[in-house]
Ligand binder design. Structure first.
Ligand code: BG6
Ligand code: MG
Length: 213
């Protein structure tokens, strides 16, 4: 049975995926390319480095090794600029109530994100206190879709992967969790997410019945 819940952070609990995309757009713009919204999904949920490679691939922009390093730095400093004023208001509707509920029911909880900025965001939004374990970009070396981040999450929760359910908004993250042999609840405003076992559009009004598989 389900004992642990592992949450991706960006785009699941907090509305930060849009800031990641804004920073990628700004980078492409500097190279004369306008990124339409179709680029959002392929750049989502993967590491900064992998996202840059995909961006270059999809747009045909080319960069030397040194330029890539500078671009990664720039992207992150713009992202940090965008999230500088982030607070509780960035937490999606219904998230606090759902976290309160599952904690009161005794579920163990973890963050499973490969962002280096996870702790900062959790602190600024007041979410840190809800999690027994925080797995972020400093704790794992292999970005999603590799299962490492979710496997380490289960391990630190002292649970078997089969006892864990993952909440994800990105295809790469769904694949990461599936490879870790976990059930996945997709969080998608449009109501569909490839590979997820179930999909929710919001945490608002959600209760523990969603954890029945
Ligand atoms: C994920 C985001 O949570 O973290 C990705 O969905 C991002 O968009 C990745 O690339 C790495 O994050 P950061 O903050 O270390 O660049
Ligand atoms: Mg995400």
């Amino acid at each position: 049975s389900v004992k642990g819940l592992i949450f991706d952070l960006d785009g699941v609990l907090v509305d930060t995926a849009k800031y990641h995309f804004m920073a990628w757009k700004r980078l492409a713009k500097e190279h004369g390319v306008d990124l339409n919204d179709g680029y959002a999904e392929p750049l989502k949920g993967i590491s900064r480095k992998d996202a840059l490679e995909i961006l270059l691939d999809l747009t045909g922009i080319s960069m030397s090794g040194v330029e890539k390093l500078r671009a990664l730095d720039k992207k992150n400093s713009w992202y940090l600029e965008y999230i500088m004023d982030i607070d509780e208001s960035a937490v999606f509707e219904g998230v606090l109530e759902f976290l309160d509920l599952v904690k009161s029911l005794g579920y163990k909880t973890a963050i499973g994100s490969t962002s280096d900025n996870s702790s900062l965001i959790l602190e600024c939004t007041g979410l840190t206190r809800f999690f027994d374990v925080i797995i972020d970009g400093y704790k794992v070396t292999k970005p999603k879709p590799d299962p490492e981040v979710y496997l380490v999450g289960a391990k630190e929760l002292q649970l078997d992967p089969s006892e864990c359910v993952v909440f994800e908004d990105a295809v790469a993250g769904v694949n990461s969790a599936k490879t870790a042999r976990m059930k996945v609840i997709g969080v998608s405003r449009t109501g569909s997410l490839e590979g997820a076992d179930k999909v929710i559009t919001t945490f608002s009004g959600l209760d523990e019945k969603i954890l029945d598989f």
